[in-house]
Design a binder for this molecule. Structure first.
Ligand code: NAD
Length: 321
């Protein structure tokens, strides 16, 4: 088996690689060639940690494995990231372990790739202003990936603490784009594409603030009880997700489903749009919303791509196991 250490990941996976891997596995999911197993997530009663597994199998790519991951809120005080992820891949023919791969940077890259896939397939072609809600660890990855999908001319952003917006401003500046720190209302009034990547449990954006034709990629809500947008906005939008079962239970759509304003059949798998089985956006005035809940198959897809390259370049550590 191989070990690919976390420190090697940055040199092994480009944003374009992550995009290709995630788009392809979403397409496989919609063809029913790939499926995610039930997610395990537990508060372990130690160090205030949340710990769990996301796993699945892609029969087309023969990618089988799991991501073990969790959140240790006290880690930052020891100089290590609060989120900790490790991917394990197994041989689909024999069940033998093939690799253990650092999963921290992979998580950020595969999450940014998911919103980026949604922007490519669902945003209006003439989108000019990109709005960012949230300015934590994931946000700069999200912004960099999104900027590659449309010729955006401006970035507007809101975060609960405006002083955290500096990192997003730097990314916009590097891309040669003007950047404004704005209120959520002003963000909705200007943005053609909005990415929400905060960690909130109440709506940060209301339906009446959003322009017709906007595409929203809602990425922060990945747990029961979290919420970033008004459920009336979800109900007004044409909704897409990575996986409908997660979307209705732990994703942004959970609230609109719970209050009865939408049902699971109102949500389209993004893979169906990629495969051409669904038309996607139907008009320039339609609001489209991608509920990116984060599925194990995304992790496995990017990890498989990293493993291949790590072996090619001789940076995978071979272990007799
Ligand atoms: P982070 O802790 O680094 O940043 C959190 C952000 O949310 C900050 O901008 C913070 O100011 C803001 N925030 C916190 N509480 C808030 C509140 N009550 N109201 C408004 N804003 C609030 O986290 P991160 O690593 O950047 O992750 C952001 C979110 O994305 C988290 O909720 C995380 O669970 C989620 N996430 C989703 C996926 C996925 O695949 N969908 C993957 C990774 C992370």
């Amino acid at each position: 088996m191989y070990i690919v250490p976390e420190r090697e990941i940055a040199g092994l996976l480009t944003r374009a690689d992550a995009y290709r891997a995630v788009e392809s596995v979403f397409a496989s999911m919609a063809r029913k060639s790939a499926y995610n197993f039930p997610v395990i997530r537990e508060a372990i009663g130690h160090a205030d940690a949340l710990y769990g597994f996301k796993s699945g199998f892609d029969r087309d790519a023969l990618t089988l494995g799991l991501k073990s991951g969790g959140y240790w809120p006290g880690n930052a005080a020891h100089g290590i990231p609060n989120h900790q992820s490790t991917v394990m891949l197994f041989d689909a023919d024999t069940g033998r372990i093939t690799a253990v791969i650092g999963g921290n940077l992979l998580t950020a890259l595969r999450t940014a790739a998911a919103s980026s896939v949604s922007i490519r397939h669902l945003a209006r072609k003439d989108a000019k202003v990109l709005g960012m809600v949230g300015a934590g660890h994931q946000s700069t990855f999200q912004l960099r990936a999104a900027l590659e999908q449309r010729p955006f001319e401006k970035v507007v952003a809101w975060n609960r603490n405006a002083d955290k917006l500096a990192a997003l401003a730097t990314v916009a500046e590097e891309a040669g784009l003007p950047f404004d720190s704005v209120s959520p209302e002003a963000l909705g009034a200007q943005a053609d594409v909005i990415i929400t990547i905060a960690s909130a449990s109440e709506p940060l954006l209301m339906k009446d603030w959003i322009k017709p034709g906007t595409h929203l990629a809602c990425m922060g809500t990945d747990t029961k009880g979290k919420q970033e947008v008004d459920s009336a906005l979800v109900a007004a939008a044409r909704c897409f997700s990575d996986e409908i079962a997660q979307s209705t239970t732990i994703g942004e759509c959970q609230h609109a489903v719970a209050d009865g304003s939408i049902g699971p059949t109102d949500i389209v798998e993004i893979g169906a749009v990629i495969n051409g089985a669904d038309e996607g956006r139907r008009s320039d005035r339609e609001i489209t919303l991608f509920d990116g809940t984060g599925v194990g198959l995304q992790d496995l897809a990017v990890a498989a791509s990293v493993l291949e390259r790590a072996v090619e370049r001789g940076v995978a550590v071979s272990v007799d196991f």
